[in-house]
Design a protein around this ligand. Structure first.
Ligand SMILES: Cc1ncc(COP(=O)(O)O)c(C=O)c1O
Length: 411
């Protein structure tokens, strides 16, 4: 499919000369691990003992009745250790780090989920850990910063640029240039220079492999439509990997429509005309950028989807038409989340709720024997501040005010 990291016209590895040998070392370790049958066995055993794999598929009986169309199934990546699919990638990269004999890991994080997962892996494997996080994200994701620090990581607030995820990525690369002998960069999604898109997809493909088998076991056939949200693209790539060669299965990637595509306040790179092809952060893909190649501000209610670029592999599948891309707005996402909580007793992350919202738009028009599979990439507990605000919950607001007053009185 690709010649050293190209997927159609996307991908590549546009890295500074000084990092070329480090990327070669990583690629060699990855190729060797893939060829070694004991590696995947070790990975699966680790994931089942530490991260509850295989995660189940839940039949959403009440949502199915509610919409009166297709039967709705949910792949439960929220049940992973640390609450999201991010664990699949970081634990896999942790095993690679051990093989390469490195002692320190660094990572970027936006919402904080990947940072918490990386700090968790570092604690388990006894590695030193530094997490780069935009100053804006540090302020809005304090609970995740708290846990990263408790897990032993050093969290570095990045004060450059817009002080969000893309700036954290730049800073992590800067660190790596100075410390590549001891340090591995645990990139958190299926983006970045080769081999990251392929490497992250490889570990996340455990989702799709399990889901394909489970759907056959549970329903006797493959789903008609599979939905996954798309930030950088790792949970979508992981899920879709199980179904790419089944041409009868429709694959739908759902991007952050933010306040609506027409407002330009969104993070939809593949289904809005606001994005164009460019090269940044070491790879070629669609970026939300202006005519001078300066990155635009993005917006989403879900911090994990709020990113300017997208997986080059997904950009390619967008051009071939194998994956259809849609966007759902913040409002639709919050409504889909509320409905899922009330009907199924399941709390999806705001990121995952994008996939739910799109599936809910399409389910009623599908026949009753059609099967829909939604990837629930994570759990929504982390989003309590945002969701409580979206519902304008007065008791929650009072609780926060009381807590702040108690702190102030004590200080
Ligand atoms: C729960 C959850 N889902 C989805 C994403 C988006 O990432 P990706 O597109 O790599 O799956 C994130 C990112 O932080 C996340 O935390």
């Amino acid at each position: 499919m690709h010649e050293r990291g190209y997927y159609g016209r996307f991908g590549g590895a546009y890295v500074p000369e000084i990092l070329v040998a480090t990327f070669d070392e990583l690629e060699a370790a990855f190729i060797a691990a893939k060829k070694d049958p004991s590696f995947w066995t070790e990975y699966s055993a680790l994931m089942s003992s530490y991260s509850c794999r295989p995660t189940p598929i839940t039949f959403a009986e009440n949502l199915t009745k509610h919409f009166g169309g297709a039967r709705i199934y949910i792949k439960r990546e929220d049940l992973n250790h640390t609450g999201a699919h991010k664990a699949n990638n970081v634990m896999g990269q942790g095993l690679l780090v051990k093989r390469m004999g490195k002692t320190r890991v660094i990572a970027e994080t936006g919402a904080g989920q990947h940072g918490v997962a990386t700090a968790t892996m570092a604690a388990k494997f006894g590695l030193e850990c530094t997490i780069y996080m935009g100053e804006v994200d540090v302020a809005r994701q304090r609970p995740n910063v708290f846990w990263m620090e408790r897990l032993g990581a050093t969290v570095v607030p990045v004060r450059e640029g817009t002080r969000t995820l893309k700036d954290a990525i730049n800073e992590a690369f800067r660190d790596w240039v100075g410390n590549m002998d001891t340090t591995h960069y645990v990139l958190g999604t299926a983006c970045g220079p080769h081999p990251y898109p392929e490497l992250v997809t490889y570990f996340q493909s455990i989702i799709g492999q399990e889901a394909r088998r489970q759907m056959l076991e549970i329903t006797g056939r493959l789903p008609d439509q599979v939905y996954a949200c798309v930030g950088g693209g790792s949970n979508a790539m992981g899920m879709f990997s199980g179904f790419f060669s089944d041409s009868e299965v429709g694959l739908v990637g759902v991007e952050a429509g933010g306040r609506g595509l027409e407002t330009h306040l969104h993070a939809a790179r593949l289904c809005s005309p606001d994005a164009s092809v460019g090269i940044a952060q070491g790879y070629k893909t669609f970026f939300l950028q202006n005519q001078d190649g300066q990155m635009n501000e993005t917006h989403s209610v879900a911090a994990g989807l709020d990113y300017v670029g997208v997986s080059p592999i997904l950009a390619h599948h967008h051009e071939t038409g194998r994956v259809r891309f849609e966007a759902t707005t913040d409002r639709e996402v919050v409504d889909a989340l509320a409905l899922t909580v009330r009907k199924e007793g399941i709390i999806p992350a705001l990121e995952s709720s994008h996939a739910f919202a799109q599936a809910f738009k399409e389910a009623p028009a599908l026949p009753r024997d059609a099967l829909i599979l939604i990837n629930q990439s994570g759990r929504g507990d982390k989003d309590i501040f945002t969701i409580a605000d979206a519902f304008d919950d007065p008791s929650w607001r009072q609780f926060i005010i009381d807590k702040a007053e108690a702190y102030r009185a004590g200080s």
